[in-house]
Write a protein that binds this ligand. Sequence first.
Ligand code: F6R
Length: 608
Amino acid sequence: MCGIVGYIGEDQAAPILLNGLEKLEYRGYDSAGVAVCDGGSIQVEKCKGRLKVLADLIDQGEKIPGTVGIGHTRWATHGKPSDLNSHPHVSGQGKFAVVHNGIIENHLMLKEFLLKQGKQFLSETDTEVVAHLLEYYYQGDVLDAIIQVLHQVEGSYALGILCEDIPDQIFAVRKQSPLIIGLGQHENFIASDIPAILSKTREIYRLENNEIAQIKKDQVMIYDLEKNIVQKERCHIDWDISAAEKGGYEHFMFKEIMEQPKAIADTIQPRIQEGRIVLDDMTLTKEDLEQFRKISIVACGSAYHVGVVAKYVIEKLTRIPVDIDVASEFRYRNPIIDEKVLVIVISQSGETADTLAALHEAKRLGARVLSIVNVVGSAIANESDDVLYTWAGPEISVATTKAYSTQLTVVYLLAVYMADLMGLISRQEYQGYLDDLCHLPGQIEMILKKKDQLQTLASRYFNAKDIFFIGRNIDYAMSLEGSLKLKEISYIHSEAYAAGELKHGTISLIEDGTLVVALATQDTLFEKMMSNVQEVTARGAVVLGLTTEDHPEMEKSATHTFYIPKTNDLMLASLAVIPLQLFAYYVASMKGCDIDKPRNLAKSVTVE
Ligand code: F6R
């Protein structure tokens, strides 16, 4: 996720900005830049690549004079990683320089307006509209210009702003994306995250939504949108630096689990406009969809598990048959693929070698390829005909959580979009699905609040030798993911089984005290699942039942029951996965495992 740093004081700004940005590197980025004001004009230096490339370009900051500046590390969302798309962005006459975290949702409409005013755009980013708009509205008072711009832009933002005419001030504003102001002695800072300034100060103001900060080296003033002065309370930060990078959490995996409501909201919200799903630059038409004889999904690991859910969801809503393949198998099985097949490739990194090879095979056979990817500009994204990005932000823990959840979200958006395009669902059903999608982040928050229950359960079973996960249909797909999550980080042997398949072999492994996690979230299959729960309890299993709030009967059969809220059956996977992630996390934590970097595993598997 992008990072922002700003400095105003008596020292040279550029080295301090580089240092602050380095502290934000853990968040992931693909380009970096700084803008520094030296009393007169604003000097901007920025480039694609690691921070070191920028640091070398500006001689570790020494090359740029000036004591006031803003810096940024960019994690691409709108526009590929490139020198021009890097921040800061500058207005046409160079009066304003802007760094931005978040997404300006109405940037296309604003860009159209600005183009009509003769503004020229250099980048593909949504951010550049902010720089041009500031200059457009500026009539000598920067605060007034900022307020006018804020009335125009929609979306989420943390902004750091420099104005050439006022070289002794930085301006900062936020809505939904975090921004703090660090308070020093004859120096002040802005930052998107605490680690960036922790070596300089521990005294901060937390900027709230729609507060505008006017920052001088000896004074910080905060205003609301009516230009009233806002009184702020200082906060003292007592975290150590490594805790700060993880937002105070012990592990990135836990941080990323907790970030899921926001990641899902970021993936959904910009794509629902005026009650309709708007899918980026999607080129698939109704005619295209109607001529596909099947959809073939390829992916690896957890992304493959998303594909298993997608099979149920897409088939149910579009009635197009869906195949699902592990990418490393797909290319060696001589798949029956041609131009009448839509191949959907799912990959967080967009670089997984097996998935990329499967994509090449699909293209060679003439298929149309749509990918669901988290990393903008990655190989898979670049080589696909259509790309839907999961705006999860960078995922640092090797075991995926928020990328998995946002992949599921994109699958729902896509399936509902396709069903609507093909005229297969009524207006009412369409609206119902959109409402359910929008409720997911809040429902996940509710589950996260019950995390202590899962910690308690983990404390009872973290010494288990084998743990089984069972479920039917989508719950089977969730069993696969729950089992993988557990085994990859806790090293406990685990199997996932389609519940009806148990008695064809695996049930011989169940003995006194074996833990079986039984997922029964689907109304229509609840009774069938209860029979399977009884089958295993009769053989001595201890059952952790996972079901929706309207099925208290689970408690009669299961040893423990965990409830999730109700949503439509197709989207329950998004809720069911949360307790499974938390359970795996707590078990691994109690076993003292290296949770963020499990043995033998890599975040991005770029070899076959
Ligand atoms: C498991 C996990 C992996 C990945 C798999 C595919 O927690 O993260 O199974 O899902 O390696 O990676 P991507 O999605 O980058 O193609």
